[in-house]
Design a protein around this ligand. Structure first.
Ligand code: GAL
Length: 372
């Protein structure tokens, strides 16, 4: 009797572990926006507010590692990294930038560290990570940009510094910009100009952000500034580790957040959102023929039901579709502020009509969409 029992027990254990193996190794062949998306270990991907960098045929996805419950949106762990060859199946590469146990560190455990973006510098052969940083216990007051560096895409990343960019610098204006459009700190024309002038000596606020590398290898940091009223697009130094002091202001006073940039046929495109915290709002897009502007506001790229709230999401990155020249994937976060770890990812194909972009909801899709 005892022997029979242990035989069946062993059989059960074997069957269960085989089943788990199958579950853990479930292969994805499509994107299902808003659904649980498991990594190679069978765990929902934890890389929110993220971005993706491609290096030697592998894609690396970096994002905020969120935790359960009330502290979920603070940085209790750091920046999580995953890798993939096909964009559907992701391998957990662990924490690439860890928060510090030293409470005096800028990136002390419990700080706010959002929207990490990694870019590769071909000249220095380093991977550079920029992120929005808020100091421990100071809510969203600090509004700093943070930077870290690594020799390998997955890290570990070494934190270098955090600061408010472009202290003492006035914006760059294209030739012929009328004086009336230039910020005048003797007489600020509006609220946003006022915040700009207030922050001029100490550096400009830097919250929601992205980094964009142009074809010529120059990198730009794009961030919500001036109490989130105006976007700044600022040039980075050749090593990508600091700001050069050259920058423009985009869509002054209109509260654009969550910027994501890409380029097609010499045209620059940017998708962003409005400013309503974790709650979704309509996406917005901009177009420019020069990185230095003018950037033209083009309205909401989303269409159909849910377009007025970006289908419940907020932009975070736009990724060139692998092997599909001139095609792009819109990446957004569906935040779950009450249980941040349960936040979902909305990836959708971008459709072009000439130089216009459109985004439509899809329950399920794959990269063949771009061939249709
Ligand atoms: C959002 C922003 C997020 C986060 C959040 C905090 O508007 O895009 O990255 O900062 O506000 O409320």
């Amino acid at each position: 009797m005892k022997r029979k029992f242990s035989f069946f027990f062993c059989l059960l254990v074997t069957l269960l572990s085989a089943q788990q193996l199958v579950l853990a190794q479930q292969k994805y062949t499509s994107f299902t926006p808003g659904k649980i998306w498991k990594d190679d270990k069978g765990v929902h991907i934890n890389a929110h507010g993220g971005g993706i960098v491609e290096y030697k045929g592998t894609y690396y996805w970096f994002g905020e590692h969120k935790v359960e419950g009330g502290k979920g949106n603070t940085a209790q762990v750091g920046v999580h990294c995953y890798s993939s060859k096909d964009l559907y199946n992701w391998k957990d590469e662990g924490i690439s930038l860890a928060v510090s146990d030293d409470l005096k560190s800028d990136i002390a455990k419990g700080c706010i560290l959002e929207r990490p973006k990694v870019v590769y510098n071909k000249k220095t052969k380093k991977f550079v990570m920029w992120f929005h940083l808020e100091l421990l216990g100071k809510s969203y007051e600090a509004a700093r940009a943070g930077v870290a560096v690594a020799d390998k895409p997955t890290g570990p990343y070494t934190f270098i510094k955090s600061y408010r960019p472009n202290a003492g610098k006035m914006p760059f204006y294209a030739e012929g910009t009328p004086d009336a459009e230039k910020v005048n700190c003797e007489k600020p024309a509006n609220k946003s100009d006022g915040f700009f002038c207030r922050d001029l000596p100490g550096g400009q606020m830097a919250r929601d952000m992205t980094v964009f590398v142009d074809d010529d290898g120059k990198a730009y940091h794009v961030f919500s500034s001036e109490e989130n009223f105006t976007l700044h697009l600022a040039e980075l130094s050749p090593d990508y580790l600091s700001h050069t002091g050259k920058f423009i202001r985009i869509y002054v006073g209109q509260q654009t957040e969550a910027p994501a940039l890409f380029k097609k046929n010499g045209i620059y495109y940017m998708v962003g959102s409005g400013c309503t915290g974790w709650a979704p709002n309509p996406a917005r897009w901009f177009k420019a023929t020069s990185i230095w502007g003018p950037w033209t506001f083009m309205g909401n790229p989303c269409e159909g039901p849910g377009a007025n709230i970006t289908y419940g999401g907020q932009s975070t990155h736009v990724l060139p579709a692998p092997g599909k020249k001139g095609e792009f994937i819109f990446m957004a976060d569906k935040w779950e502020p009450k249980n941040a770890i349960d936040g979902r990812y909305l990836w959708l194909p971008i459709k072009f009509e000439g130089e216009k972009i459109k985004i439509n909801w899809q329950d399920e899709w794959d990269l063949n969409t771009f061939d249709k």
